[in-house]
Design a protein around this ligand. Structure first.
Ligand SMILES: Cc1ncc(COP(=O)(O)O)c(C=O)c1O
Length: 420
């Protein structure tokens, strides 16, 4: 059978497909596996209990229950949820938003497919526009969403060593070039895979650049503030009419609800809603219905601040300690985890590729994410592409500790073999 160009591009063997496929394979595997590769959030018992109570309240209200399962929403999404959210964002963040500034999607992955292809690719005047990613490594899920080739422009980051085990990337503002073929700037904040959280100053700088060049700034706030708040630095949420802020209910603990949220100027909201009608008729409403009361009452903020944030801060700290102990004197660095649910590990001078390390670990029952997928827009060879892997610490402590132990063993073996 012959596939179209569209089919070949989207049905190919992409990094995001490998990641999600590995994840379901590990869930169904008979052999115990440490699934440190994916981005699944933890099952936090207190948070699950809040969702269970919210679901019970919904089920026990016949009118709301009928609407929960029995209605299509408008292409913009569930209006009650959108309205509660607009109020919360005005009150909590001081953003000048109304219902007309918010649209929902089937997860924020769906939002990026729409946004990137809306703002970049082949333009009506024949020009080819790109999305500028000011900081790489960047989220693996962006890499293959472009319907046209060559969708990303980027610049290698600057690197700062913090101590004997930690380092941090930063945007290379001196080299960052917003050329005429850039259709939008996009950053994840916190950044997946590194856990970097751009400061308010860095965001203000990007905001200025975007405004000067009359292009939107997209902020992927999947782990950010005001919810789910998987952030350990003190930063302000950012939005204005030139910013497109994307949020999600997934990392709060509801990935199966597939609820993405776009907060943007009205023309963008209208455009995305129109695209949603073609692709989905309307976005799924289960997550929105479930979370409406939590947004109205502010419970979603309490869950984020009091349960989700401290839980992941503790997990990150613990995982760093296990990595340090397991590596001992062997060279191996961690990107300073300021947010999100990952450790980005750098094995300087690793004699095998990160793909080969992934394969060796997979054979031993530990799934990680090889680093080379996280560099959309960097075509040149760069050591960080081959020497880094991403792991998540959202899984059980046993799995994280065992997995980290096996990673250290395999890395040490690779260094040793190269010397022999
Ligand atoms: C930075 C980032 N953005 C977006 C997404 C997509 O999440 P979802 O489609 O579940 O909202 C993820 C998922 O891992 C992510 O890490």
């Amino acid at each position: 059978m012959q596939f179209s160009k569209f089919g070949e591009k989207l049905a190919g063997n992409t990094g995001i497909f490998q990641l999600m496929d590995d994840f379901s394979a590990s869930l169904n595997s008979e052999q115990p596996m440490q699934m440190l590769g994916g981005g699944n959030p933890s099952h936090i018992p207190e948070v699950l209990e809040c969702f269970r109570q919210a679901l019970l309240a919904l089920i026990n209200d016949p009118h709301r229950f009928a609407a929960f399962l029995g209605n299509y929403d408008a292409p913009q999404g569930n209006f009650e949820f959108i309205s509660a959210l607009a109020t919360m964002l005005r009150d909590q963040c001081g953003w000048d938003v109304t219902e007309e500034n918010i649209t929902l999607t089937n997860g924020s992955q769906n939002a990026f497919f729409f946004l990137f292809n809306l703002l970049a690719g082949e333009m009506p005047d024949g020009q080819h526009k790109k999305i500028l990613l000011p900081l790489t490594p960047e989220y693996i899920g962006y890499t293959d969403v472009g319907l046209s080739e060559n969708l990303f422009a980027t610049e290698k980051p600057v690197l700062e060593m913090i101590d004997r085990r930690t380092f941090k990337y930063g945007i290379n503002f001196d080299k960052l070039n917003v050329t005429g073929d850039i259709g939008a700037i996009c950053v994840s904040r916190p950044t997946n895979p590194t856990g970097n959280v751009l400061t308010d100053d860095e965001i203000a700088h990007l905001d200025r650049l975007a405004k000067i060049h009359n292009i939107p700034l997209i902020i992927d706030n999947a782990y950010g503030t005001p919810f789910p708040k998987i952030i350990s630095t003190d930063i302000q949420p950012h939005w204005n009419k030139n910013t497109i802020t994307c949020m999600s209910l997934s990392k709060l603990g509801l990935p199966a609800a597939r609820t993405g949220i776009i907060i943007a100027d009205k023309p963008i909201v209208k455009a995305i809603s129109a695209m949603s009608a073609i692709v989905n008729l309307s976005p799924g409403g289960l997550g929105a219905s479930l979370a409406t009361e939590m947004v109205r009452t502010g419970e979603i903020l309490a869950i984020s601040n009091q349960m989700v944030k401290p839980y992941y801060a503790q997990k990150a700290e613990q995982a760093m300690q296990w990595f340090d102990e397991a590596m001992g004197d062997t060279e191996g660095y961690i990107h300073k985890p300021e947010g999100a649910i990952f450790l980005w590990l750098w094995f300087k001078g690793l004699p095998i590729s990160s793909q080969e390390l992934y394969e060796r670990l997979k054979r031993r029952g530990t799934l990680v994410c090889p680093g080379h997928y996280f560099f959309p827009g960097i075509n040149e060879d760069w050591q960080h592409k081959h020497e880094c892997i991403r792991i998540t610490y959202s899984q059980s402590n046993d799995d994280v500790r065992t997995g980290i132990g096996k990673i250290a063993e395999e890395v040490k073996r690779a260094y040793r073999e190269a010397k022999e």
